[in-house]
Design a protein around this ligand. Structure first.
Ligand code: PLP
Length: 417
């Protein structure tokens, strides 16, 4: 019997196999048919410390004995209070407020609404959102509106709102980006700029220089345009530091966090805001409150998982693990990047990527990606190339042997395609 499940980003008409995973541990997925598969993309960028991390699982188990779910409008609970305080302590000092939701996309929607609320409260008509070319911020309507337009969202285009777009700051072309931002900021209707700091994930693991991020931040500040950092993918050590923004000495006005917030174990998101953004909504007038909620905002079990993640960050040498993984990635990337089959090897922290040279069109829908994915799957490695871009983004607990196996398979693919 065929399954009734409708999978995300999946063309069911192609009849590709969909393996069933029964359990997982560390960097390894165990399938029902007895295979051990290396999860080289952290189950789509979420699993930072590895699957079923004992401290996170224990915190979840413990929380399930106390409180499962609670309305979060007008009520609160200890795991959320502890998490908010923990985040304020570890994140940049000026981000003093923590708004809870349940996914990266939602944290972006919240950020956009906060930005418009901020300007509305100041009595200025500013509603244009500025975005960077090739960005990805999620798949809800607002998040798609501020993301790259393409085959992913062409059908929904009539529902998407207009934004101001700046070009990607490719090496050597950075000034064009900065000039475009300056001119959009001058137009006077810009409410906020939203960016993925230092690396665009879904856009193809495109890396740009920290100095450019810092200059973009300065331009926004000069014009009062709010700066929203979407660190849904980049936070929690992914790029080598707790936040990618740190590497540019940048502090945003609004910060989106999700994916690794719970160590990747349970859905949860936060949008952190500066005091100015919070105060803009502060009033005795109920009509000026922040009108947003998710049913599962600050779910206590999810918060308990996130608190365990924070404890791991406080008590264990996470950044040392990240540095060790980054060094291993660099070694393999350099070795493989010399192959004539590859172009543009690049790395940021634990993320390593390269482009497989292909005669075909290199877009997301070229036929190479699914063939590569199948090739890797048959060799018990979970990789999901973006078009002809192959990237490795493993959990920090991956062993040198496991990582070696991943890169061996990529090398094998290079000579097979
Ligand atoms: C994954 C991602 C999102 C969306 O997060 P979901 O939890 O999948 O909704 C938003 N922004 C960035 C940068 C992401 O990588």
């Amino acid at each position: 019997m065929t399954s009734p499940v409708w999978h995300p980003f999946t063309q069911h008409g192609l009849g590709e196999p969909i393996p069933l995973v029964e359990r997982a541990e560390g960097a390894v997925l165990h399938t029902r048919d007895g295979r051990a598969v290396i999860d080289a993309i952290s189950s789509w960028w979420v699993t930072t410390h590895g699957h079923c991390h004992p401290r996170i699982m224990a915190a979840v188990a413990e929380q399930t004995q106390r409180l499962d779910q609670l309305i979060f409008a007008g009520w609160t609970h200890e795991p959320a209070e502890q998490l908010a305080a923990g985040l304020v302590a570890i994140m940049p000092q000026s981000l003093t407020r923590v708004f809870f939701s349940d996914s990266g996309s939602t944290s972006v929607e919240v950020a956009l609404k906060m930005a418009l609320g901020y300007w509305a409260a100041r009595g200025e008509i500013r509603s244009r959102i500025l975005v960077m070319e090739h960005s990805y911020h999620g798949d809800t309507i607002g998040a798609m509106s501020v993301g790259a337009r393409g085959v992913f969202n062409r059908t929904y285009e009539p529902l998407l709102f207009d934004v101001g777009r700046i070009p990607f700051p490719a090496a050597g072309a950075e000034q064009t980006t900065l000039d475009a931002l300056e001119s959009l900021c001058r137009s006077g209707d810009a409410a906020a700029l939203i960016v993925e700091p230092l690396i665009l994930g879904s856009g193809g693991m495109l890396v740009y220089r920290p100095q450019v991020l810092a200059q973009m931040r300065d331009i926004c500040a000069a014009h009062g345009v709010l700066f929203i950092a979407d660190e849904v993918m980049t936070a929690w050590g992914r790029t080598g530091t707790l936040l990618a923004c740190e590497q540019a000495g940048v502090v945003p006005d609004i910060l989106c966090l999700s994916k690794g917030l719970t160590g990747g174990a349970i859905p949860l998101a936060v949008t952190m805001a500066s005091e100015a953004v919070f105060q803009a909504h502060w009033s005795a007038d109920r009509a000026r409150m922040f009108f947003h909620s998710s049913s599962y905002a600050a779910n206590p079990i999810a918060c308990a998982a996130a608190n365990a993640n924070l404890a791991i960050w406080r008590e264990e040498p996470v950044l040392d693990r990240v540095a060790a993984l980054a060094a291993m990635q660099a070694e393999r990337l350099v070795a493989l990047g010399r192959y004539c089959h590859f172009d543009n090897p690049r790395q940021l922290g634990t993320i390593a990527a390269l482009d497989l040279k292909t005669g075909d069109d290199a877009g997301y829908l070229n036929s190479l990606a699914p063939r590569l994915m199948a090739f890797f799957r048959e060799r018990d490695v979970l990789l999901r190339p973006l078009g002809n871009t192959v990237y490795v983004m493993p959990p920090y607990c991956i062993t040198p042997e496991q990582l070696g196996q991943v890169w061996d398979v990529i090398g094998e693919a290079a000579i097979s395609f």
